[in-house]
Design a protein around this ligand. Structure first.
Ligand SMILES: C[S@@+](CC[C@H](N)C(=O)[O-])C[C@H]1O[C@@H](n2cnc3c(N)ncnc32)[C@H](O)[C@@H]1O
Length: 251
């Protein structure tokens, strides 16, 4: 993966190969420019993106444009964590839980009250409530909480066995990821682990429209180390059909 999607050469080649995608891309460019001008920081900007996308289609807002894909993407995340030792008695924090694409499976599997989902978007959390009702999960009493940062100041020390962030850092500038690394260790049990996915590049790090961010593995590993966290690239995840890569962080 050495392409730099923000380069003009890449964009021209891509447009020639996919002419039907030019108009939607231009619409997204106009929308994102408008939202960026009206917001002060990345989180406010991305919250506005989510508001707009969720109003059109909550599944599309988390990246799945039909129900079959939504279910399959959730199942893939769930199966991976269960294969890696997620147990019903674990306490789980899901960062950027969206409308519970994977969350509905975690909530059904974990003991009542052991799932904690946080998201910067109140709109997608309302859609998450719809998912709970549609899947008959009301009695599992999951926590669903809006956040304005990733400091976790309202959560207790050493509480979570598993922290999970799927397709969240792919939409985050480095300072947001750094804030998470600076604070996540405190809320993890000493034996806990934190899995996150990211859009990997082996070339120059870049972003597209400040919506999609591409990082080198070594950047994220070194950033985690700065906060006393050990980061491991998950080779077995590369076999999954998902385009992003995965890193596991431990204390
Ligand atoms: C592509 S969706 C993925 C949702 C969910 N993880 C899944 O796989 O279905 C990304 C989610 O992360 C949320 N998000 C983005 N940046 C965030 C941040 N800094 N803190 C918390 N949530 C964030 C978005 O609002 C959105 O719900």
């Amino acid at each position: 993966m050495t392409r730099t999607r923000s380069s003009l050469a890449h964009q021209i080649t891509y447009a020639l190969k996919h002419p039907a995608r030019i108009a939607p891309h231009l619409r997204r460019l106009a929308r994102d420019t408008w939202l960026r001008l009206r917001t002060d920081d990345h989180v406010s900007y991305y919250r506005a993106v989510m508001r707009h996308d969720t109003a059109r289609d909550p599944g599309g807002a988390v990246g799945s444009h039909n129900q079959r894909r939504w279910l399959a993407m959730g199942r893939m995340q769930f199966d991976y964590l269960v294969e890696h030792g997620l147990k019903p008695e674990c306490r789980m924090l899901e960062i950027g839980c969206g409308n519970l694409r994977a969350g509905h499976l975690f909530i059904g599997y974990l003991h009542t009250g052991n799932y904690y989902g946080v998201d910067i978007s109140p709109d997608i959390l309302l859609a998450a409530q719809d998912t709970l009702a549609e899947h008959g999960l009301q009695d599992r009493l999951p926590h669903l909480t809006p956040v304005r940062d990733l400091k976790f100041a309202f959560l207790p020390d050493e509480h979570f066995d598993v922290v999970h962030a799927h397709s969240v850092f792919s939409h985050s500038p480095l300072e947001v990821i750094e804030e998470c690394f600076a604070h996540v260790g405190r809320v993890m049990k000493p034996s806990g682990w934190f899995d996150f996915t990211f859009d990997r590049t082996e070339g120059k790090e870049h972003h597209v429209l400040r919506e999609d961010f591409y990082y080198r593995t070594e950047t994220l590993v070194a950033l985690a180390a700065r906060y006393g966290l050990k980061a491991t690239f998950m080779e077995d995840w590369e076999r999954s059909p998902h385009k992003q890569s995965k890193i596991r962080v431990t204390r």
